[in-house]
Design a protein around this ligand. Sequence first.
Ligand code: ADP
Ligand code: ASP
Ligand code: MG
Length: 437
Amino acid sequence: MKVMKFGGTSVGSPQRMKEVVKLISDNEQKIVVLSAMSGTTNTLVEIADYLYKKNPEGANETINALEAKYKRHVAELYSTEEYRERTLDFVKQEFDYLRSFTKGIFTMFEEKIIVGQGELLSTNMVTNYMLEQGYNTCLIPALEFMRTDKNAEPDLEYIREKLQAQLEEHEGKTIYITQGFICRNAYGEVDNLQRGGSDYTASLIGAAIDASEIQIWTDIDGMHNNDPRFVEKTQPVSQLHFEEAAELAYFGAKILHPTCVQPAKFAGIPVKLLNTMDPAAPGTVISNDTEYRKIKAVAAKDNITAINITSSRMLLAYGFLRKVFEIFETYKTSIDMVCTSEVGVSVSIDNKTHLTQILNELKKFGTVKVDEDMCIICVVGDLDWQNVGFESRVTEALHEIPVRMISYGGSNHNISFLISANDKKRALQALSDHLFN
Ligand code: ADP
Ligand code: ASP
Ligand code: MG
């Protein structure tokens, strides 16, 4: 069985929903994962924000505007009164539920419930549309099977068992539709897999049912060799190794959620990135194959802080790095890049929540310097150390850009540069010109 996931833009209007239905309605059995319509999750976050700020009017106004939009979508999507009415009832019930949060206390728990409503709306709309059109389909609720454990990691055993139960309960259907993004936590409360997490849902479902393939359908024809939001004339990459895809996703290629690669890789299930606007385009296949000696793509990760600790005492001292890393561990702050020298170490982090405490602790060991507003540029491909010439090509491309840190050798697939965020666009363009064009 295949898993097909459609992102926000792909279900972003009634017309787009109809296009999705065309893409999923061959006679092959499949599980279809849908995101919220584009913009909806952002609006739900905005509603939650008003409620945190104790502004029920602001929340109500935003809820009403969103509801009006959904009513228009429903009016347009269905051709029969029966299904229009049925879906409008559901929409009304959803928005009344949202309005109910403007009255009581508001905490993280209520926020989690609110931000997950977009996926409930989109899946209900598409399922009803398919039923109206006579397809052999049903909705399987993600909250019945998608769950994280006490470490907030997906509970794959539970997911496998409960998803199987859902499929058995609805045996004989061709198209199973479910929500991306939403799940329950170990205590049964409504939770989610983080923004952009519908990709993760698809990958977890793929692993749970040992799918033949996981397809991520979006608004672009696969992973491009550079970030199309900043660089002109980027090209789709036809094939990526799981490790290459994971590095690109982690270092900023928004097309794929960083966590999505791992379950598919473990289960050995190929992932395809495909374009709903151009379904015939080949897209990108992510698998265990490596294209020998090839640089594949470049990505950039924003909001990075570099911290440098120098200490004459570090000279030949064992245990120094452990002490430094322990401080980051204490404050649950993960490190992206590390560079060492005889007298010091530089690290980069993307989470500044505990920066002040971390700096205070580090000052006990040496002199500390901080550079904020940095960005990591990551070049990905078959960068095995035995392959000569790659490092020089990449550094040559950046010869006009001031570079704060370079990291190479952590994996066979990545060389990373830390630069000022101001130089990001210029650096990405220079790499494209030098490596690909
Ligand atoms: P969806 O809503 O379908 O999940 P996303 O917006 O999360 O879609 O991801 C698709 C977007 O990712 C594209 O529109 C593109 O702007 C952006 N993107 C960033 N880097 C890349 C890249 N290297 N290749 C392709 N798309 C990228
Ligand atoms: N709707 C969620 C978001 O916007 C999840 C997703 O689209 O993947 O983050
Ligand atoms: Mg996405």
